[in-house]
Design a protein around this ligand. Structure first.
Ligand code: FAD
Length: 480
């Protein structure tokens, strides 16, 4: 059979883009007819995490729907389309492969267990009908094949990893997006319908910019944000100074949701960074974006190296601390932003209302859950998995492992003192007052440690603890 009469299915997964899409380009090189597909897997969209949270909360579900609509329209501009199915990918793709008599299914390889189970099962059934999966790579900045160590020997600490790669391993250029129109299909394929948020079990809602940013999924928006952050506003030039911010649109890049769904390739960010350094400014901030993207790669490689360990309570260190409390009521106070510790509550309320929280906020609420409340870190990690608009298995569980002290942190017992963190990063109290307007009358000096203020003094701010704002879950002497 010659190339032109061959058909290839391209299964889009967490790579919802046309630029730097190796699977798509490999398919175009191998076959004359391309059938791009996305599958809404009910296990992912309607299922629950082990501890019972919705696996894909409403913010991410909406973001993915928007990303699919955008990808569909970009493919239509090339004379193609994105065919939609709802069901188990291993079954839906097999059906489609039989129907269109394709030769291969091209996709980017996933490395975390649930995704691996799906791709393995599909691979076995495709073999049974004389077809196969062709895997490509697309998640990371570095190619695993370029690394100076096999994945199983990825250094255990980030610093060691960084030292072994940053100066020696080049980041490859992003692949160009296809520009030629796709050939017309010789078979009729049912288009399928993109499900609504309601179909996925969530109430419809309008995105707002209460958190400083009105997120919208899709490659088009991702590329717009890349341009905005680098070229339009030069925000990248001060990234290192602003990245620990909490409030507003511009303190950090906000690339993460697009990176997580693959609407934006890290290699594309890197290529633009290099161009920016040549044409405008090269400084410690432009380097720091590269540094953070290396963290992302590090967690992905750690996920590959340790497999399921990142999802287990013992973490990659294999340390069974067995000292966690299982107080669900206390956890609910943390999750809903009702701990009576303003800095924690403000961050959790932001997460609940927007699906996003700054990195500084994440570090603090995670540390508070594990180190102060002594709760099982998996509760926090799964809650994040459900809510985060930028949830990525390796980045989420890798960071939680780190903070819970069961991961890659070389420092024993890292601890975030919430009160001093709050005073340092929210020194004027603007962030806390924004998310907890009930505290807006409280002077900054008393705000972060409101639980220490004499109750009679609180009346002058029209506040009664336990009524207008929760009593603290920790005794007032906790941080003395
Ligand atoms: P920027 O500061 O602009 O950073 C640029 C990019 O670098 C980010 O988009 C991200 O891809 C990468 N990056 C930055 N910091 C980290 C980090 N610590 N670990 C890995 N990658 C990083 N990030 C996710 O993308 N998905 C998650 O599920 C996730 N869960 C987290 C859970 C906890 C407990 C913590 C402490 C951090 C988590 N992070 C996660 C990392 C980080 O908080 C977010 O990537 C960052 O806040 C996203 O905002 P930004 O894109 O503006 O980041």
């Amino acid at each position: 059979m010659n190339k032109d009469s061959r058909k290839a299915i391209v299964w889009f997964r967490n790579d919802l883009r046309l630029h730097d899409n190796e699977a798509l380009l490999d398919a175009i090189q191998s076959a004359g007819e391309i059938i791009p597909v996305y599958i809404f897997d009910p296990r992912v969209f309607m299922g629950n995490t082990k501890l019972g949270f919705a696996k894909t909360g409403k913010f991410r579900a909406k973001f993915i729907i928007e990303s699919i609509i955008d990808l569909k329209s970009r493919l239509q501009n090339l004379g193609s389309d994105l065919y939609i199915r709802i069901g188990k990918p291993e079954e839906e793709l097999l059906k489609l492969a039989r129907e269109v008599k394709s030769s291969w299914v091209f996709c980017n390889r996933e490395r975390t267990q649930e995704e691996v189970n799906v791709q393995d099962s599909l691979e076995n059934s495709l073999w049974a009908i004389g077809q196969e999966i062709r895997y490509s790579r697309g998640k990371m900045l570095f190619y695993t094949a370029d690394l100076p160590f096999p994945v199983t020997h990825t250094p255990d600490t980030f610093t060691q990893f960084r030292k072994e790669v940053e100066k020696y391993i080049p980041v490859r250029e992003p692949l160009s997006e296809p520009t030629e129109r796709f050939n017309k299909l010789s078979v009729v394929v049912e288009y399928g319908i993109v499900p609504s948020l309601n179909d996925l079990g969530h109430e419809e809602f309008e995105t707002n910019d209460k958190g400083g940013f009105a997120w919208k999924g899709g490659e088009t928006e991702a590329l717009r944000q890349l341009k905005y952050y680098l070229w339009d506003k030069d925000l990248i030039a001060d990234y290192k100074e602003t990245r620990n911010g909490l409030l507003g649109r511009d303190f950090s890049s906000k690339f993460s949701p697009w990176l997580a769904q693959g609407c934006l390739s890290p290699k594309m960010i890197y290529a633009e960074l290099k161009k920016y350094e040549t044409e405008r400014t090269k400084n410690k901030s432009t380097y720091w974006m590269f540094f953070e993207l290396m963290w992302r790669d590090f967690f992905r490689l750690t996920g590959k190296k340790f497999g399921n360990a990142i999802f287990q309570i013992e973490g990659t260190k294999g340390e069974d601390k067995n000292e966690y409390e299982h107080d669900r009521d206390l956890f609910d106070k943390w999750a809903s932003g009702n701990t009576g510790i303003p800095f924690i509550d403000a961050n959790m309320r932001e997460l609940n209302e927007t699906g996003f929280m700054s990195n500084r906020g994440r570090q603090n609420v995670a540390s508070f859950l594990v180190k102060d409340l002594k709760l099982n870190w998996l509760l926090g990690a799964e809650y994040f998995e459900s809510l985060l608009i930028d949830y990525d298995p390796c980045s989420n569980y890798g960071n939680w492992n780190y903070i819970a002290g069961v991961g890659a942190d070389p420092r024993e017992d890292r601890y975030f003192n919430i009160l001093s963190q709050a005073k340092r990063y929210d020194s004027d109290g603007a962030y806390v007052k924004y998310w907890l307007p009930e505290l807006k009358e409280v002077p900054c000096a008393e705000l972060h440690a409101i639980y220490k203020v004499d109750p009679s003094d609180l009346t002058k701010y029209k506040l009664k603890l336990g009524k207008d704002y929760p009593e603290p879950v920790l005794s007032s002497g906790h941080w003395n």
